[in-house]
Design a protein around this ligand. Sequence first.
Ligand code: CMC
Length: 392
Amino acid sequence: TGYITLDPGFVNTGAASSAITYIDGDAGILRYRGYPIEQLAQDSNFIEVSYLLIYGELPSKSQLEEFTSRINRHTLLHEDLKRFFDGFPRDAHPMPVLSSAVSALSTFYQDSLNPFDEPNVEMSTIRLLAKVPTLAAYAYKKSIGQPFLYPDNSLGLVENFLRMTFGLPAEPYEVDPDIAKALDMLFILHADHEQNCSTSTVRLVGSSEANLFASVSAGIQALFGPLHGGANAAVLEMLEGIQADGGDVGTFVERVKNKEEGVKLMGFGHRVYKNYDPRAKIIKKTADEILRKIGGNDQLLDIAMKLEETALSDDYFVERKLYPNVDFYTGLIYRALGFPTKYFTVLFALGRLPGWIAHWREMINDPATKIGRPRQIYTGERQRDYVSIDNR
Ligand code: CMC
């Protein structure tokens, strides 16, 4: 069987060659298809970034128009898929609901099953980008017992999503352009991050030639965990916990340093960034602006900033090169926009969707792809003889 290298967490193991996203973790650099994240966040929009990630180039005007109108044509859900939501308990967490609904797309669109059928992969790509925001909004509506709203395809993707989430059938819903812009930018910042846990999951599931819907559904489950996308909700819970304890940041940091069971500085640290996460830099500034504009002066933002300042000047965090990551400030913005904590990770999933799709397509088209199948070092009993139950 040869010599097997053990690498828990794949810290040093490359699983794929990829031309999608470049990260230099020591320098704090992130680029999609070569374009710096700072430029995309400022000047692009989420649909255009999705196109860039999936097809490799920025679209021309007509390409962007066609892509946008194709997505707009597919936002509606099959009425039977809508009824799917009735089966979940009302207080269900929206992440497994979303993952189940995406998994169910394979049953509604059985033309999606062959991963090498290019026109149908293209169709599945559009269907995902169009329907996941609708599914996400319905998961929310279900949780608060409000009726589902049909998509309004005269609106942009983010505006449509906000309306389906916060609107009511009997009332006109005015989308606040500042809120739509902030959410669009957050989606851009989340859109890809090379071989992270959920994207690696999408690639691994896809490597067995499972279709795009099945693979993305698995990616959503991987994102659910608090060490990955679930961290955005965990950060807010942490900040609220500190506030409830009187806002004493120093005591909390001591508990983290003492490695008290279950106490971590959530939203800090990263496998790849050993410098300030470039996404967190942009998000921190936005959090400040948004909160001052729509949420007033939020006490939790002050706690977060104090927490960051305290950690960044403490040897424990300096030695380990722990900096705020993308999840540290996002929750504060989501909260100001009106989203409940439980829903934060769904917003991460909406943003990460084009990245998952781009990676799945790159994986399926790469002749070097083999089914993902890690090896192990066996540590159990070598061999023993079966003992009948009476003699044990
Ligand atoms: N708070 C306190 N100590 C930490 C933290 C933290 N947030 N992160 C890492 N450390 C310590 C860790 O205990 C270890 O110390 P020691 O050498 O004494 O054992 C050292 O730093 C190295 O950490 P690691 O656990 O080996 O690093 P990793 O690359 O395996 O884990 C991580 C990366 C992101 C899972 C981890 O930093 C973490 O748990 N952070 C908190 C959760 C979080 O914010 N996750 C979001 C990640 S970014 C976006 C996303 O994927 O969603």
